[in-house]
Structures are given as structure tokens and as C-alpha cells.
Design a protein around this ligand. Structure first.
Ligand code: GDP
Length: 476
């Protein structure tokens, strides 16, 4: 009942027929999509030299994620991330919105940094993640957490569409998060918003004014000009998503950040995504647990309950879970502690990284199993011309069975951001006349991301083509 024959085969990197014959030797006649019971999995895994661990099944059983019935679902506020090149105004925009829009009427305490904040505009609530930039966004996604509904891509009108602007766009696109463009610093004498729109158009991003689908607003974050207009466009974009959540169940959500405070103990900033969090709830977050002792919002106000899309800072967890860890509410404290302890052991032994990322060598096998339809590729290179040429040729390798997607392409060395994007979107990285940085190399080893370096274009194309035909010999 846990995994199917083909899933088990792919986990162990063997052909499904090998698993089928192993089952047969146990007297089980299994088809490729048949789900196997725990005992069979255990025995088959051992035959191939693996030990089966039923972590997720156990954990999932104990956590009992509740199903939502349609009548329980109510509208929830969108969660928004601001991304863009350094110095283009991300912090200024977030600061301005925080100051202008956090209703001061209800402010009891001092504004706190809790990783996110909620604002109201015309009776609509919006939640902003307070860590700007795509690094945090993609690092979270690499851990399996996606907490953004709409991305604001900010570009300074007195500058150009810069490398990190392009990166931010690629990262949002890879996550399939809709984007609204904010062209900032229009108060500056050298501002040229049209130039920015034109540069965006060369990346196939057409703003509405140019007949495209992307909403765009000229703003001045520093002077607070046109910010309401920008937010209205964000709301419009979010409305299309019809975001809903069930508030009438135990809370689930994501950890944004955590720290140790000398006086208060561990402080965990998190976002409730569904359900309602209450004081006294038994919480499990990553490998830590505890009871919610206190909840604060960004105004420093104590809360008793936190509904969906509420950012909160809580006290009561017995450690510091990582950004991107999911949290769950448990009914039984002992059970919560057991799972936490088991996760702790796992982390120590192997890291809780059961997900294996795609490699060129593995493509053939995955194709044979038939669960592989898209090959995501990140292309980095030394000059624009060769990146374009290479990307075009790679796209043309697409067949009926397998579609090649270029999730990101840019000039420059292979960086940690690239590896995180590869991890988040299960991509391989191709470097043409460039190498990974030392930290990127290390991260890629940890995350098992396949980085392939080439200095001749046709070699890259040939190798990918062979891989896609299942012909790549593993020792290349
Ligand atoms: P970040 O690196 O993207 O977070 O950018 P910041 O928000 O820190 O802004 C970088 C610099 O640009 C700061 O000196 C800001 O004061 C300035 N800045 C941001 N927005 C505007 C704007 O709308 N107009 C002008 N003139 N300066 C701005």
C-alpha cells in the first residue's frame, strides 16, 4: 500500500522488470503500477541491498492531514514576495507598505520583525513576506515549501533589467507563481520606464500596455507614489487564483525563520497556511516539538488564534526548526515527540533528503519506467551568444515523449542560487565555458544536483540527446 513497483524501482535505481521478478520469486505477481505492502517492500529492498524506511508513511499516518470539504473553504489573503536586483528598491517598497498600511489604530505594541506582515487595502488583506529576494524564495522551495502566491518583480527605472532581475523572473516562472512588475524610482531624473518595458519584452515578458499579459505599475517606493495602484494590481492577480483555505481544522503551515532569545527561549516565526492555530496546541515542526505558549503578530500584539495566511511569532518550540520546515498540530504530545526524535536520527544519519534529483545518467531509466515527461535544464555560460545557441539547440531536442524546458539561462559562473533553483525544480545544470563556485559545488554535492561542464557546444547537445534516447553509458 506504500509505493508502486515502478516507484520502488526508481528509488533503487533498478529497472521495474527487476523488481517484478524479485516479487515473482516471492510468489507475488505484480504489475508495474501495483502498490506493494510494507513486508514485500522490505524484502525486495533487501535483495537489492537497500534498507526500507517507512518514515513518511509513519509520519503521515500520525499527522492525519485532514481533508477539506468544499463548504469549509473560505477565501484567504494572498501571500506576496518582492524580488529583484540589489538596490532596485525591494526593502524600500516593503518598508513603505509596512509603515503606510499596517493599520495603526489597532497597534498595541512596537512593530516587530516576524518574517512577514499583513496589511489591509480597501478591506482586502494581503500578507507580505519580509525577506525580499529570490534566494530565500528558492531555498524554501528546494525544501519543498512554496509559500508565495504572487511575486512582485521590482526593477529600477534608472537602471536596466539586471542579472538578478532575470534570475528572479526565472525563479518565479519555475515556481509557476504569477508576477506583477513594479518599475521603481520613477522620481529620479534619469528614469526611463519604457526602456525597462522594452528590455522585458526581449525576454518574452510583455506588459499589458504593450499588449501582453503582465500587469506593470510605475512607482516610487521612496516617496510612496502609486503604491496603492500597485497593490490593487496585486489583488487583481491574486483574485484570479481564488485562494481558499479551511480555517476549521488543525493548523498547518511553514516555518519562516527561528532564533534563540536569551529571555524568551526559542522564537519561531511562521505562516499559518490552513486551519487555525491556537494557544496550547501541540506543534511539530521539522525535528522539534512543543506547545504553543504565546503568539504575537507583527504589531507585537498577543493573539489567541491565528487563521490561514496569518504570519505569527510563537514561543514554546523546544528548538530552532529550519526555514521551509512544515509544521503540523498533533493530538498527542508523546507521538509528536516520537516523530521528532525519529526525524532527528534520520537527519543525523543521512539528512532527511529522500528525494533524488535527476541526473543525465538516470534519464534513460526514468524514461523506461514511463514517469518522465519533462527535462528541466539550467544553462549558464560565458557569453550571451553561446547561451542562446545552446539553449535553442537543447529546446529542439524535445520529442513527443520528453519536453526540454530551459528554466533559467544567464551569463556567469554557476552559483548557489542556480543549484537551489535546480533542486527546487528538479533540473540539471549545464555550464558552457564556466564553472561552479566553491560553495555552489558543495551545495550541488549535498543536494545531488547534476552539473555538466562543456567547452564545445555540440558535445553538450550530443550528450543530452544520447541521454534522452536512453543511450548514455553511465561512465561518461
Ligand atoms: P534593495 O537592495 O532592492 O532592497 O534596495 P533598497 O530598498 O535598499 O534601495 C536601494 C537604494 O535606492 C536606497 O538608497 C533607496 O533609498 C533608494 N530607492 C529605493 N526606492 C527609491 C525610489 O523610488 N526613488 C529613489 N530616488 N530612490 C529609491
Amino acid at each position: 500500500e506504500f509505493v508502486s513497483v515502478s516507484e520502488l524501482a526508481s528509488m533503487m535505481n533498478v529497472g521495474p522488470t527487476e523488481v517484478i521478478s524479485a516479487c515473482m520469486s516471492l510468489g507475488i505477481f505484480a504489475s508495474i503500477n501495483q502498490r506493494l505492502d510494507a513486508e514485500t517492500i522490505q524484502i525486495v529492498a533487501e535483495e537489492f541491498g537497500f534498507e526500507a524506511e517507512f518514515v513518511s508513511a509513519d509520519v503521515q499516518d500520525a499527522i492525519k492531514v485532514e481533508e477539506d470539504s468544499p463548504e469549509d473553504l473560505v477565501d484567504r489573503p494572498p501571500i506576496i514576495t518582492v524580488m529583484g536586483h540589489v538596490d532596485h528598491g525591494k526593502t524600500s517598497l516593503l518598508d513603505y507598505i509596512r509603515k503606510a498600511k499596517i493599520a495603526d489604530g489597532e497597534a498595541g505594541g512596537i512593530t516587530q520583525h516576524i518574517g512577514a506582515y499583513s496589511v489591509k487595502l480597501d478591506g482586502k488583506q494581503l500578507t507580505f513576506l519580509d525577506t525580499p529576494g529570490h534566494e530565500a524564495f528558492t531555498a524554501m522551495r528546494a525544501r519543498g515549501a512554496q509559500v508565495t502566491d504572487v511575486a512582485i518583480i521590482i526593477v529600477a527605472a534608472d537602471d536596466d533589467v539586471m542579472p538578478q532581475t532575470k534570475e528572479a523572473i526565472s525563479h518565479a516562472q519555475a515556481a509557476e507563481v504569477p508576477m506583477v512588475f513594479a518599475i521603481n524610482k520613477i522620481d529620479k531624473p534619469g528614469a526611463n520606464p519604457d526602456k525597462i518595458k522594452e528590455q522585458l519584452s526581449t525576454m518574452n515578458i510583455l506588459v499589458e500596455e504593450w499588449g501582453g499579459k503582465y500587469q506593470c505599475q510605475e512607482i516610487s517606493a521612496k516617496h510612496g507614489k502609486n503604491i496603492d495602484e500597485l497593490l490593487e494590481k496585486v489583488i487583481l492577480e491574486a483574485d484570479l487564483l481564488e485562494l481558499k483555505a479551511n480555517p476549521n481544522k488543525n493548523a498547518v503551515g511553514t516555518v519562516l525563520e527561528s532564533s534563540l532569545d536569551k529571555g524568551k527561549g526559542y522564537v519561531t516565526n511562521m505562516l499559518v497556511e490552513a486551519g487555525t492555530l491556537r494557544i496550547g496546541d501541540i506543534i511539530l515542526a521539522g525535528k522539534h516539538t512543543g506547545r504553543v505558549r504565546a503568539m504575537l503578530n507583527e504589531k507585537g500584539k498577543n493573539l489567541d488564534v491565528a487563521p490561514p495566511s496569518t504570519p505569527i511569532s510563537i514561543l514554546g518550540i523546544n528548538g530552532a526548526p529550519s526555514a521551509g520546515d512544515k509544521f503540523y498540530i498533533m493530538n498527542d504530545e508523546r507521538e509528536a515527540r516520537n516523530i521528532a526524535t525519529r526525524r532527528e536520527q534520520l537527519y543525523r544519519e543521512q539528512g532527511l533528503r529522500t528525494q533524488k534529483h535527476i541526473t543525465l545518467d538516470e534519464i534513460g531509466r526514468r524514461l523506461a519506467i514511463g514517469d518522465f515527461k519533462e527535462l528541466n535544464v539550467i544553462v549558464k555560460g560565458d557569453v550571451d551568444g553561446s547561451i542562446e545557441a545552446l539553449s535553442d539547440s537543447l529546446l529542439k531536442l524535445s520529442t513527443e515523449e520528453i519536453q526540454v524546458n530551459i528554466v533559467h539561462k544567464a551569463v556567469g559562473a554557476i552559483t548557489e542560487a542556480d543549484v537551489n533553483l535546480a533542486s527546487a525544480s528538479d533540473a540539471i545544470i549545464i555550464g558552457f565555458q564556466v564553472r561552479p563556485t566553491v560553495t555552489a559545488k558543495k551545495l550541488a554535492d549535498d543536494e545531488q544536483i547534476d552539473i555538466r561542464l562543456y567547452s564545445v557546444i555540440y558535445k553538450a547537445i550530443d550528450e543530452l540527446k544520447s541521454a534522452m534516447e536512453g543511450m548514455l553509458s553511465p561512465d561518461i
